[in-house]
Design a protein. Sequence first.
Length: 536
Amino acid sequence: MSELAVTSHVARDLLQSAEVFKTDKKVVWEYVANSLQYSQPGRSPRVRVQIDDRAKRIQIMDNGRGMSFADLQHFFTMHGENRERREGRIGRGMFGTGKSAAFGIAERLRVTSVREGERSVVALSRRDIERIRDGSPVPIRVVERSTLADEPNGTIIEIEGIHLKKLDRAGIVAHIERHLARYPRDVEVFVDHHECRYKEPEEAERHEFEAGAPFRDLIGGVVLIVRVAKGPLDRDQRGVQVFSYGNWHATTLAGLDDKKMAEYLFGEVEVPAIEDYRGPLRPYDNTRSGELNLENPVVQALYGFIGASLERVRLQLVERERSVQQEEEAKRLAKEARKIAEILSRDFAEIQARFERSKGIAGGSSTGAHSGRRRMLWRLAARSLRFNCYPHRPRRSQVRLETEVTLPASRRRLQTPLKARVRGRPAGGEGPTRRRSGGLSVEFKHAGSAEHRGVFIPDRRTILVNLDHPQVAAALAQGGVDDPGFIRLSWEVAAAEYALALSQELVEPYTSPDEAVFEVRYTIDRVARRLALLYL
């Protein structure tokens, strides 16, 4: 009875491992990170990346400990045990797949390394890998083997025959700088002549959260640091960086990516349980994808802890922003209300002045037999102002209005109670204590979606524009307080309320509906011409 054994197709494994390295920035960082990890004891790590876009070539050089010929053989062993880990030093390497990174974007990989005065040079091409049709080892071309060299320790990685149309130098720089966050200050990484430095976002505030029940049992008593940036962050800067023994594994917002104010959140957490986990469904795999396995219980607990903590901070920011926006919105609404009120008050003052002059000419008693004369004089004053605006008298026509309100004046005679009941706090306007003497005020107010667009409050001499009315609310939501559509609609509402008040409440009832409509129509048109100044 023959025995069965698990075998592996080395060439296929190598190319499959390379498939996860699909971008130049990911490939470059893989080799830069190796250089930083395997540094020379007592020497500050220094790495230089040179990019030749025309020749489709990238070179990574370091001053690390270097590799002997035997080390190179181990370097090219697929899925071999990481020596650092075997010796108790937990580094980022675990699955030994980094050597395949170059073949994710290129045809050839060449490694030159000097260690203890000996230089070795080896090369591997994708063509050599693809020639292997069975599970045989992939041959590595040896250019130099342990040649004596009067050179310091270090390694040069050369990636040639790159298939990408264009090398993303800026993307490579940004990717490196992002990942340098947890490396010592004395680390030096250059991309051509640019020195990469982690640029930490300017911090507005910081919060610390210690894991408690039920998270502590799986991830330990880790401490999460959540930072709030002063300005919105780029996508690759957002989120909590997850480390384990100093090795970066993921950056996450734990499901809050598209939530409001999430673009201000970043931070870090050190979770040894990720590297220490020895059960099934490992927390991470060999792809260095920047994503953790959401099926793993440690990762589930970690993301639950991160998500709950971030949400607490995010909700605080949302509430704070809402308060600021409401305050700023109220100021802008008040400013707009004052503009409208000034024009309406000017129109009303002119009508009052003409009425007073007419009354003086006619001997103006306001009681008894003279009440009809007073009503007639008031209308003559309004029409005089109208004809002063229009050289030719327009034809009468009907106009449809939605609301019933009144305008206050020292000479009004109210026939019926108005809807003067006010709910809520005005969102803009001067308010009852700051009203101009003898004038009008306009306020924006949340009065409920079932109420009219505009309401006049007689005892306050105030026209309210209802921000909750569906039409007004839709205009406000479309572009905010400064949107021309919202502003013009507000003027229209205020003008309609003013016209209705002027025609219906300042004098006794009209003898015919047509006469009332006639006055409303020309008051609206007259005021609209005045409001046209606000467009300038």
